[in-house]
Design a protein around this ligand. Structure first.
Ligand code: PEP
Ligand code: MN
Length: 338
């Protein structure tokens, strides 16, 4: 961190800041410019919040952060990429991992039909919501434990590991009993007590980006999981709120590329929630892979017009099979050489 002293700062004020920086556990590096003095607080183990508070000290104009506030998730700490293994499926390794399935588990028949179809098309994991975070309390809220049982049955029948959302701390043990990977939904990305609890479970976590979260906030949410003892975290970009209304959210693919620079954790993209429009899912899935995504999450329903949630963004079974063919045939568009 850098402490910018004002041009009028006195020698005493500068010395006071240097003393405080040392008291907080950092080394103080003084840069004397023609007009003003800048003091760097250098080191990893000091108390950063107390340096930030120096904004209020006499003679200080500003305190600027230069290092990232997240540590354990950062590539500075661990330059090699993390591979997260979910019941034998490796996320963050060579292959793009596709997780597919319905937004909500609605019945055993709906789930089984979808599970067999997505497996035949090449998906590696099955998704399906048992506990649904719905904007309206009058909308379908999910089948809860009954859905978890259906998911377990579908997993045993197809061999596909399960990823499903856990919305509340009180459901963590139950969901962990049935699921191979626990999803933190976008609306819960900053539910810190949920994150603390999930840091202690022996299941990998899929952490979705909050609709209004900055990349820094997203990575700090992941930092809660790693700091609490769970290193098996996969990040999922699922679109953010912008001024645009033509799409449900704005799928931020620059965030996928940037997070891969900043963090060693695998990153996947969810073009279903990221666009809200079925016709955009294939192009944005391909774009996500082009941006470096390690995987995709795609909503699939045997009859999207009857879906109890997210029908307009769900692919039907032949549509999903076609998407998978396109990804395999032509992962990223080729440029013709001159
Ligand atoms: C979902 O995956 O169905 C879901 C609710 O996602 P999000 O939390 O990204 O809205
Ligand atoms: Mn959904």
């Amino acid at each position: 961190m850098l402490v910018n002293m004002s041009a009028k700062a006195t020698k005493e004020e500068i010395n006071h800041v240097i003393d405080r920086i040392r008291e907080c556990g950092f080394q103080a590096h003084v840069i004397e410019g023609a007009e003003r003095t800048v003091i760097g607080a250098v080191g990893n183990s000091g108390r950063r919040a107390e340096i930030e508070a120096l904004r209020a000290a006499p003679g200080v104009e500003d305190v600027i952060q230069i290092a990232h506030p997240f540590k354990l998730v950062s590539r500075q700490l661990k330059p090699t990429r993390t591979i997260v293994e979910v019941a034998g499926v490796r996320i963050g390794a060579e292959d793009v991992v596709v997780m597919a399935g319905p937004c909500s588990v609605e019945s055993e028949e709906q789930l089984m039909e979808t599970a067999y179809a997505v497996k035949a098309a090449g998906a590696c994991m099955l998704r399906g919501g048992a506990y649904k975070p719905r904007t309206s309390p009058y909308d379908f809220q999910g089948l809860g434990v009954e859905a978890l049982r259906f998911l377990q049955h579908a997993s045993r029948s197809t061999g596909l590991p399960i990823v499903t959302e856990v919305m509340s701390e009180v459901d963590v043990e139950t969901v962990a009993e049935y699921a191979d990977m626990l999803q933190v939904g976008a609306r819960n990305m900053q539910n810190f007590s949920l994150l603390r609890k999930l840091a202690t479970v022996e299941r990998p976590i899929l952490l979705k980006r909050g609709p209004s979260a900055t990349i820094k906030e997203w990575l700090l949410a992941a930092e809660y999981l790693l700091a609490g003892g769970n290193a098996n975290v996969v990040l999922c970009e699922r679109g953010i709120k912008t001024f645009e209304t033509a799409t449900r959210n704005t799928l931020d693919l620059a965030a996928v590329a940037l997070v891969k620079e900043l963090s060693h954790l695998p990153v996947i993209a969810d073009p279903s929630h990221g666009t809200g429009l079925r016709s955009l899912i294939t192009p944005m899935a391909r774009a996500a892979i082009g941006a470096g995504a390690d995987g995709l999450m795609i909503e699939v329903h045997p009859c999207p017009e009857r879906a109890l949630s997210d029908g307009p963004q769900s692919m039907d079974l032949p549509g999903f099979a076609e998407l998978m063919k396109q990804l395999v045939r032509d992962p990223v568009r080729q440029f013709k050489a001159a």
